[in-house]
Design a protein around this ligand. Structure first.
Ligand code: IPE
Ligand code: IPE
Ligand code: MG
Length: 249
């Protein structure tokens, strides 16, 4: 079925039964509660969460998912204690060091969204080197959202467009959904098909608000450290049973 929408608009995708999503995003929530249930420190929950990332990344590649976007740190997570933030950044460094070879070998391309420079030169440099080393890979794109906030991302796109309008390089009457989408950090990625949040919370917490316009939303009670290959397979089969309409019938 074809629609009158522009073909590159996410909303212009063909309606029908969903099959395998091209682009999945996950709000990886529940590390703290996983640790609390075991009377462990929160850091242990984050460590277990990093193991889940490893498994789910592998499983997503095996399922032929093109893009996996993971919410690793929100622009609001700075409200946490200094200790927890240090644990999280230390873990990112450790994970990247340990997993980069595998990521490269598995054909994964790393992409970053969010203002990751706020994590300091060391980690930012390490992240950028990993992006550089994996840029030619094409099996799966792993997008990691670090110090990411969707409202700030949209505001930056609006600022960009306003600046161009004032400079006279863009006619304000031509600013449409595509103009904004093209200025988001996710520009160039396939439309978001499936957004998963673990841990039973039912909110988006400032993640991919624009991009989720027509994504299928899936909320599961599973805590992120318990989310594994089977949980992903289950999410994919729930997705496949959805009827996507994009406003059609
Ligand atoms: C998600 O787990 C990890 C990050 C937000 C970085 P939480 O740390 O939010 O775990 P809960 O929600 O407290 O269980
Ligand atoms: C969202 O989880 C951010 C990440 C998973 C990185 P939070 O635990 O920070 O979200 P809230 O505070 O429960 O909304
Ligand atoms: Mg949480």
């Amino acid at each position: 079925m074809t629609t009158a929408q522009a073909p590159d608009s996410p909303i212009g995708q063909a309606a029908g039964s969903a099959t395998v999503p091209r682009h999945i995003a996950i709000i990886m929530d529940g590390n703290g509660r996983w640790a609390a249930q075991r009377k462990l420190p929160r850091a242990a929950g984050h460590r277990a969460g990093a193991e889940a990332v490893r498994k789910v990344l592998q499983a997503a590649a095996d399922h032929g998912i093109e893009v996996l976007t993971l919410y690793a740190f929100s622009s609001e997570n700075w409200r946490r204690s200094k200790e927890e933030i240090a644990d999280l950044t230390g873990l990112m460094r450790f994970y990247l060091e340990r997993e980069l070879k595998t990521i490269e070998k598995e054909g994964v391309r790393l992409k970053l969204i969010g203002d990751y420079a706020a994590f300091g030169r060391d980690l930012a440099g390490q992240l950028e080197r990993a992006v550089e080393r994996t840029k030619a890979n094409s099996r799966l794109t792993l997008v990691v959202a670090l110090n990411y906030g969707s409202q700030a991302e949209i505001a930056a796109a609006a600022r960009d467009l306003a600046t161009a309008a004032v400079a006279g390089t863009i006619d304000p009457s031509t600013i449409d959904e595509k103009a904004i989408g093209d200025r988001l950090e996710t520009a160039g990625l396939p439309p978001l098909d499936l957004l998963i949040r673990t841990s039973g919370e039912v909110r988006l917490s400032n993640f991919l608000l624009w991009q989720a316009a027509y994504a299928e939303l899936l909320f599961t009670d599973t805590l992120w450290p318990d989310f594994d290959e089977r949980a992903l397979a289950d999410a994919l089969s729930r997705y496949a049973s959805r009827q996507r309409r994009f406003g059609g019938r």
